[in-house]
Design a protein around this ligand. Structure first.
Ligand code: SME
Length: 150
């Protein structure tokens, strides 16, 4: 995968005249559309001063997991670890919140504002082991730009 044009498009969205929620929605739509194995793309953010994540913009099927306590599932673990979490096969994870039988793998990258972990981008895939270092690079790039917006 050549991620340079994808990074360029993400930069273009971030630099556009849209509101921040519109930019986040466009990023979700763009990544889901462009990358064949991205089947659900969403942003979760810390919910006020509560130790939980709240779903914000997303592209893909509706999910009942709109609130995730810190520590629960892949997303909740990233809220505490401050580190990327690449799950090539969700069946190997005990602390995982299922969003349906179709989901086989997941990648979550944290978003920082002034060194604080304030949220994350979460991607679900219907494919086992689809993610490479390039996904992490593209998504870290995206999260850095999103962090600068907030
Ligand atoms: N699978 C996630 C829950 C959120 S959904 O993927 C949209 C998790 O284990 O945290």
């Amino acid at each position: 995968m050549n991620i340079t044009p994808l990074k360029n498009k993400i930069s273009e969205i971030i630099g556009s005249e849209k509101s921040t929620p519109e930019k986040l929605q466009s990023i979700c739509d763009f990544l889901k559309e462009e990358i064949s194995y991205y089947d659900w793309v969403g942003f979760y953010f810390k919910n006020g001063n509560k130790n939980e994540l709240k779903l914000a913009e997303y592209a893909g099927e509706e999910t009942e997991h709109t609130i995730i306590p810190f520590g629960k599932g892949i997303c909740g673990q990233v809220a505490l670890s401050n580190e990327n979490f690449v799950v090539q096969d969700v069946q190997e994870q005990d602390n995982y919140i299922s969003c349906g039988w179709k989901i086989k793998s997941e990648i979550v990258i944290p978003i920082f504002v002034k060194d604080q972990n304030i949220g994350q981008i979460d991607i679900d895939s219907h494919t086992v082991s689809p993610f490479t270092a390039q996904d992490e690079e593209l998504l870290e790039f995206t999260c850095t730009l999103v962090g600068n917006l907030l």
